[in-house]
Design a protein around this ligand. Structure first.
Ligand code: NAD
Length: 458
């Protein structure tokens, strides 16, 4: 194993962490709580540098950066600090009569050495929210941030260096090549957030060592607007969820299916809402930029695949693309085949809700789904028939901010989930234990070759 771009010897790093985990130090709850406190303090110390890095890498404004990145991580740490002792307690379970005399429990034990691989779109939050869970469950951590947000990656390394000794937590910076090298090593758990394409590569690498994984992946998340929906509110909440982070959100509405009867009104309202919330985007100081020239080029290509209802302006200098709605988009176009992951929203029309259900279930299971309706029958039909990671009725994105819900995908959009107590469970092995009595011994289970007892005659 060679050196990474920052000169780290990956194999040595992992060996050091493996040795430290074996000492048992991370198993103490007091140790884990200290590490969470150190992490929080290191974030506080570097807060200005984090804001600056998010501004340079993605043009994120302070409020946006706090709500969707820094504040989110503080919230995860604070809640974990409050809950950890309760979550980590062994859980007694009922003992059936067959096991008379014994007691049973589930103990939550750390897997050991965890690898977290993070993407660029919420580069701070999506790196550290899993790390909080890994620490709380008593694991050591290697974090590999995205190379597409290099300033955030550097600050993450500084935060780790401030908070932890390398034997407990270390950031390995670098690109796909470094990631590939890290994945050759044996970890006890891998938590990956990124594209479905790379998720498959990570899953294969994990399979070589039979390492369990959480895969937080992407895909096309549908939004359905039924004819009875509150259209003004639907337009407002879709505009917010779609153009936050310039559409570079894994659970952003990817495309909209609107009922034919309300299509025109919806198109008018979404244009009004887009403008009132984000202006024309391109000229607005706080509007997030596209992460790289390559992604801007990919998104610009989509603009030719249908009618632009509004938006479509691109500024290569600032790497910004306006909030854009497109109609008459062919279903076999790239725009409707690939995850958009940018500020373009195709709007399709439907007559029967059944057609939408067929359309969605014929494709990969989405990470999120949003439904706008007041009709209970339509709601239950959609929610019961379509499999998707998670979502909202009459809203967008808000399920990710509800920390009592597990967050994750299903099928091509991911494996497993996290946030809040689910993060603790994700990074813990459930060890099932029976404690039997030695005061007596029931004879039924033993084989007796020389007896004709009726118990043995089956
Ligand atoms: P990506 O898959 O390109 O990269 C993610 C991470 O994997 C990066 O750290 C990258 O360096 C690394 N990587 C890239 N190629 C690799 C390879 N061949 N082998 C090993 N590692 C490799 O994803 P991205 O572009 O950073 O993020 C966008 C994608 O992530 C979108 O599909 C989006 O939907 C998804 N996403 C999902 C969630 C979620 O919670 N489910 C959250 C954010 C983003």
């Amino acid at each position: 194993m060679g050196l990474t771009t920052t000169g780290l010897d990956v194999a040595r790093q992992i060996e050091v962490q493996r040795g430290f985990f074996k000492t048992g130090a991370t198993r103490s709850i007091a140790f884990r709580l200290s590490m969470l406190t150190f992490l929080k303090q290191a974030i506080e110390t570097h807060e200005e540098a984090i804001y600056d890095a998010l501004k340079v890498d993605l043009n994120k404004g302070r409020q946006d950066a706090f709500t969707t990145e820094i504040g989110f991580v503080y919230g995860e740490i604070n809640r974990m600090e409050k809950q950890l002792r309760r979550l980590a307690k062994p859980r007694r379970v009922k003992t059936p009569l067959l096991h008379f005399g014994s007691k049973s429990e589930i103990r939550f034990e750390p897997y050991g050495n965890v690898l977290v691989i993070a993407p660029w779109n919420y580069p701070f939050q999506l790196a550290l929210a899993p790390v909080v869970g890994a620490i709380a469950a008593g694991n050591t951590v290697v974090l590999k941030p995205s190379e597409l947000t290099p300033n955030v990656s550097r600050v993450l390394r500084e935060v780790f260096e401030t908070a932890f000794h390398e034997r407990f937590g270390v950031v390995i910076e670098g690109d796909a090549e470094v990631s590939t090298a890290v994945l050759e090593e044996k970890f006890d758990y891998i938590f990956f957030t990124g594209s479905t394409r790379v998720g498959k590569i990570v899953h294969q690498a994990a399979a070589k060592h039979l390492t369990p994984v959480t895969l937080e992946l992407g895909g096309k998340s549908p939004t359905i607007i039924h004819k009875d929906a509150d259209l003004r509110l639907a337009a407002k909440r879709i505009a917010w969820g779609k153009w936050l982070n310039a559409g570079q959100t894994c659970i952003a509405p990817d495309y909209v299916f609107v009922h034919r009867d309300v299509q025109e009104t919806f198109l008018r309202l979404i244009e009004e809402e887009a403008f009132s919330q984000y202006g024309n985007g391109v000229g607005v100081g706080s509007y997030v930029k596209i992460v790289s020239d390559g992604h801007l080029e990919r998104l610009t290509g989509y603009l030719e695949q249908g009618n632009i209802e509004f938006g479509g302006q691109v500024d290569p200098e600032t790497r910004k693309m306006a909030p854009t709605v497109m109609t008459n988009v062919p279903l076999d176009s790239k725009l409707m085949q690939e995850e958009i992951f940018g500020p373009i929203l195709p709007v399709l029309v439907y007559d029967e809700i059944e057609d939408v259900i067929t359309f969605v279930t014929d494709r990969d299971k989405p990470l999120a789904l949003y439904l706008f309706t007041e009709n209970e029958f339509v709601k239950e039909r959609v929610l019961n028939r379509i499999s998707f990671g998670g979502g909202c009725v009459n809203d967008t994105l808000m399920h990710v901010a509800q920390h009592n819900l597990p967050f994750g995908g299903v099928g091509a959009s991911g494996i497993g989930g996290y946030h809040g107590k689910y993060s603790f469970e994700t990074f813990s092995h459930r060890k099932g234990l029976v404690h039997n009595t030695t005061k007596f011994d029931l004879p039924f289970r033993y084989m007796r070759s020389n007896t004709d007892s009726k118990w043995m005659r089956f």
